[in-house]
Ligand binder design. Structure first.
Ligand code: F3S
Length: 406
C-alpha cells in the first residue's frame, strides 16, 4: 500500500488508476471517489462486486443527465455487474400506454448511453429479483433507495445510499470509499420499535415504514414484530422507510440476517424504544390517501413487483372485468416469467397491463389523462402527489382491484 491523497490509503492498482495509468476516464472517477471518501473520512477504498445505478428517467435527469452519460461513455466502461434503475417509459409499449415519442426518444438515448458503457438495461429497482443478488457481507454500490434498503437489510450485503453518479463511477473503477454502511460497527441499530399490532396486509406494513421513517430519518431502526412479514412485505417496508426518511438499513428481530449482531451489541440495551400501536398505523393509512374519489388508474409494483405479487394480482382479477386501468410495474425479466406462467394472459384478459422498465413515479404520468391513482405502496403514495401532481388512494391490492372491477 502506498500513502497518498491526504491520509487515504490506496493500493498500487488504485493509485495507478488515480494517476491515469488506466486512462483518463478511470482517473476522473477515482479523483471524484477519493474526494467523496475524504468528505466521509474514509481511510481506504473497498472493492465492490456489483452496482445499481439510478438517475435514468428523462423526467428526473433531463438533458444534463443525458450529456453526463454520453460524455462518460467516451472515456470509460463499467467493469462489473451493473444494473439500471427504472426509466421514464415502457420501451416496447410506450405508444400503447400514451407516452410521447419526443420523451421516448430522449429516454432511449439515455438507455443507449448506459448500454454503451456496459450497464445492463434491466431498468428495474428490484435487481435482486432478477439475478443481481449479492451475498451476506459483500460490498456493493447501489443507489436506488428501496434497493439499498433491501440489499443492506434483507440480504446483508453492504452499501451506502449512493447517488446515481457515484454508483456509476464505482462500477467503472470497481471500488467505493470505505465508510458508513461498509463498516460492520456502523450497521448496528440506533432505535428500537416494538410493534404492538397484528399486520394482515401490505398497506399496513407500508404505513409502519412510512411512520417510522419520519421518526428516524437516516438512523437504523430495529423492529420487534410478532411474525415474519415475508420478502414482499420487507421490500415494501424498506421502500417506505427510505422515502419518508433516509433509512438505508433496518433490522427485524429473528428475521433479517444482522438483527442478532445488532441485539448483542453493547449499546443495544440503552437504545430508545418506541411502541407502535394500532392508532399510529391507522392514522398513517389515512394520511397517505388524498381523496375519496375512485382511482381511474390502479398502479401496483412499487418497488417493482415480484412474480408472487403478480400471481396474487392474476388470482384477484381472474374472471373479472376491470372498469378502470390497471398497471403492474415490474422488470422485463419478471414480465417474461409472468407470460410463461400464464399470469400475463389472465391480467390482460381482465383489461390490465404489466408495464416494464418504468413506474408510476418516474414516468411522466401527469401528461396522461388521469386524476387519481390507486397504489398499495407507501413510497408511491408519498411521491405521486408531488412528482406527478395527482391524487392518491392508498389501500391494499385486493381493495384497489375491488374498486375498479365488476
Ligand atoms: Fe421503484 Fe419507482 Fe417505486 S423506482 S421503488 S417503483 S418509485
Amino acid at each position: 500500500m502506498k500513502e497518498d491523497c491526504d491520509n487515504m490509503q490506496l493500493t498500487k492498482y488504485e493509485e495507478d488508476m488515480y494517476n491515469g495509468e488506466y486512462g483518463e476516464g478511470k482517473a476522473e472517477c477515482m479523483e471524484i471517489l477519493v474526494s467523496l471518501g475524504k468528505i466521509y473520512d474514509a481511510e481506504k477504498m473497498i472493492p465492490i462486486t456489483s452496482a445499481q445505478v439510478s438517475g435514468v428517467s428523462y423526467k428526473t435527469i433531463g438533458d444534463a443527465g443525458l450529456d453526463f452519460v454520453v460524455d462518460l461513455g467516451k472515456k470509460a466502461d463499467v467493469t462489473l455487474e451493473t444494473m439500471l434503475n427504472p426509466a421514464g417509459v415502457d420501451i416496447e409499449n410506450w405508444q400503447e400506454l400514451g407516452f410521447s415519442k419526443e420523451f421516448t426518444d430522449k429516454q432511449i438515448d439515455i438507455i443507449n448511453g448506459y448500454e454503451s458503457i456496459g450497464v445492463m438495461s434491466t431498468c428495474t429497482c428490484t435487481p435482486y429479483l432478477i439475478g443481481n443478488t449479492p451475498m451476506l457481507n459483500e460490498h456493493v454500490a447501489w443507489s436506488e433507495s428501496s434497493a439499498v434498503c433491501y440489499v443492506n437489510s434483507v440480504i446483508g450485503a453492504r452499501t451506502n445510499r449512493e447517488g446515481g453518479p457515484s454508483a456509476l463511477l464505482a462500477a467503472i473503477v470497481g471500488r467505493t470509499p470505505y465508510y458508513g454502511n461498509h463498516i460492520l460497527e456502523n450497521r448496528v441499530a440506533d432505535m428500537i420499535f416494538d410493534v404492538d399490532y397484528d399486520f394482515v396486509n401490505e398497506a399496513e406494513i407500508g404505513a409502519l415504514g412510512y411512520y417510522v421513517g419520519q421518526i428516524v430519518n437516516d438512523k437504523k431502526p430495529y423492529f420487534r414484530i410478532n411474525k415474519n412479514p415475508g420478502r414482499n412485505n420487507l421490500k415494501t417496508l424498506g421502500a417506505a422507510l427510505a422515502s419518508s426518511g433516509a433509512v438505508s438499513l433496518y433490522h427485524v428481530e429473528n428475521v433479517t440476517p444482522e438483527a442478532d449482531y445488532s441485539r448483542c451489541h453493547d449499546s443495544f440495551e440503552e437504545l430508545e424504544t418506541v411502541t407502535v400501536d394500532k392508532n399510529m398505523i391507522e392514522e398513517t393509512l389515512e394520511q397517505l390517501t388524498t381523496t375519496d374519489k375512485i382511482p381511474d388508474l390502479v398502479c401496483l409494483g412499487c418497488p417493482h413487483a415480484s412474480i408472487s405479487e403478480i400471481q396474487e394480482v392474476a388470482n384477484l382479477v381472474k374472471d373479472k372485468k376491470l372498469t378502470k386501468d390497471l398497471w403492474i410495474c415490474t422488470s422485463k425479466a419478471i414480465k417474461s416469467i409472468s407470460k410463461q406462467c400464464g399470469y400475463l394472459d389472465i391480467i390482460e384478459k381482465a383489461g390490465g397491463k404489466i408495464v416494464s422498465d418504468t413506474c408510476m413515479v418516474v414516468a411522466p404520468i401527469e401528461e396522461l389523462d388521469y386524476e387519481v391513482i390507486g397504489v398499495n405502496s407507501a413510497k408511491a403514495a408519498n411521491y405521486v402527489p408531488n412528482m406527478c401532481k395527482l391524487d392518491v388512494v392508498y389501500d391494499t391490492v385486493e381493495n384497489l382491484i375491488n374498486m375498479i372491477s365488476e
